[in-house]
Design a protein around this ligand. Structure first.
Ligand SMILES: [Mg+2]
Length: 423
């Protein structure tokens, strides 16, 4: 396998620069909800010593040195993300949107030189959205992530780092110069504990016995080591760090034209995303939904997205389902063959920091946290979807779950596909 990771450079700040070119070359930061702390920073801001997550009040005085702090505009970022992702989708039939500005693409089977191909992707994204990106390429997702890190840190790569082009000695040299904490899935805490074991660099980690890592840390760290050695082991779902965005999306097995099908699919995506949100004990202040055709479809192309913002941050399936379905009404068009849809929860914060509303707009929500606990409990015990929102429905979900493009009909296993003999 060959994976690519395409990542927007200081994405939120770059989105702002697209529409305000005067911000180019300036030390710029984007701030979280209520102008709390730094969630995106440009290289110029980094040069002022500003760290990710640093509170605004601590650095506000740097305005004298030219620092510009901006409140985050998730409607803008979500829309720019949607555009960027659909451009990248044109270059690979198999794309996994991992976060608001990162997407994995399967590069296996691309005959062209992969560096040249990646430069084409970067050029297309830059030309059509104004967002600068870097591309990392590797035999596993972990290596693609690492390659992306290298491409971003070392300008000599011109934005594309293909680790599959290196021999093992070159790769080892590279790994010796990168701290272990930069590896995907190795958080600060694990990095510190690894340091106590004398493991400081990516190279040290790659040499650790996976069995030992599994015993000492977790199954995921064991898999990470194998991934660093080029053995593909990690699914996207397995990484435990609390996410800043939660995405649930899917390509449909067959194109979908009817509104009811999309309503059902989006309702299910909302359920999956909100469940993940509750698992990490967070709430989201806004959500984007998107629907689009396949870039490989010869027919009419269409794609659109909408940002919705409930009255207060929430992790409630019913709240987000309601808003998702309303938003769908405004972007659904008849006669279009939709191939992909999804939801992205954004502006995520810990559930315990949320202020209650003084005058609840939707008072019935107040007791719904317990309903969600019950819902998650039942679904964990009896399987996902045992209890679900009505809008997910009961019709043939296989239709849009199916990923195999070339599969033959279920002549013998599905009543709707049984061959009909006409008398
Ligand atoms: Mg980025």
């Amino acid at each position: 396998m060959t994976y690519a990771l395409i990542d927007g450079n200081c994405f939120y700040c770059s989105c702002e620069r697209v529409f305000r070119p005067s911000l180019k070359g300036k030390a710029l930061i984007s701030l979280s909800n209520n102008d709390g702390c730094v969630i995106s920073r440009t290289d110029e801001a980094k040069a002022l010593g500003i760290k990710m997550g640093q509170p605004w009040f601590e650095i506000k005085h740097l305005e004298e040195k030219g620092l510009i702090g901006l409140s985050s505009n998730f409607a803008l970022y979500g829309d720019m993300s949607d555009r960027m992702m659909s451009i990248i989708g044109r270059f690979s039939p198999c794309q996994e949107i991992y976060s608001i500005d990162e997407s994995f693409a399967d590069f296996s089977g691309i005959a062209e030189d992969l560096t040249a191909y990646s430069q084409k992707i970067r050029a297309a994204v830059l030309r059509e959205t104004g967002i600068p990106t870097c591309v990392g390429i590797g035999a596993t997702k972990t290596l693609a992530k690492l390659a992306n890190h290298i491409a971003k840190k070392q300008p000599s790569w011109s934005g594309v780092c293909d680790l599959t082009q290196l021999d093992r000695y070159q790769l080892a040299d590279m790994m010796k110069n990168i701290e272990v904490g930069e590896v995907w899935g190795i958080g600060r805490r694990i990095a510190r504990r690894l340091g106590e074991l004398g493991i400081y660099t990516v190279f040290d980690l790659a040499r650790m016995r996976p069995e030992a890592a599994r015993a000492e840390f977790s199954v995921v760290v064991g898999k990470t080591i194998q991934e660093l050695r080029g053995i593909s082991r990690i699914d996207l779902e397995e990484l435990p760090d609390p996410k800043k965005q939660i995405i649930s999306s899917r390509s449909f097995g067959l194109p979908m034209t009817d509104r009811a099908g999309l309503q059902s699919a989006l309702s299910e995506f909302v359920a999956i995303a909100c469940n993940k949100l509750r698992q990490q004990n967070s709430v989201a202040a806004s959500m984007q939904i998107f629907i689009r055709t396949s870039p490989f479809d010869k027919g009419k192309q269409y794609g659109n997205s909408r940002l919705v913002t409930p009255p207060c941050p929430s992790a409630d399936n019913l709240v987000f389902t309601k808003y998702a379905l309303r938003a769908l009404e405004t972007i659904w068009r008849p006669g279009i063959k939709y191939k992909k849809a999804g939801v992205m929860l954004m502006d995520i914060s810990p559930a315990d920091t949320v202020q209650g509303e003084l005058f609840p707009v939707e008072p019935e929500h107040n007791n719904r946290a317990q309903l969600m606990v019950a819902l998650d409990g039942i679904n964990a015990r009896y399987g996902r979807g045992s209890v679900k929102t009505g809008s997910i429905g009961f019709h043939d979900r296989e239709h849009w779950y199916m990923r195999q493009e070339l599969i033959s009909q279920g002549y013998t296993t599905s009543w709707s596909e049984v061959l009909i003999a006409r008398a």
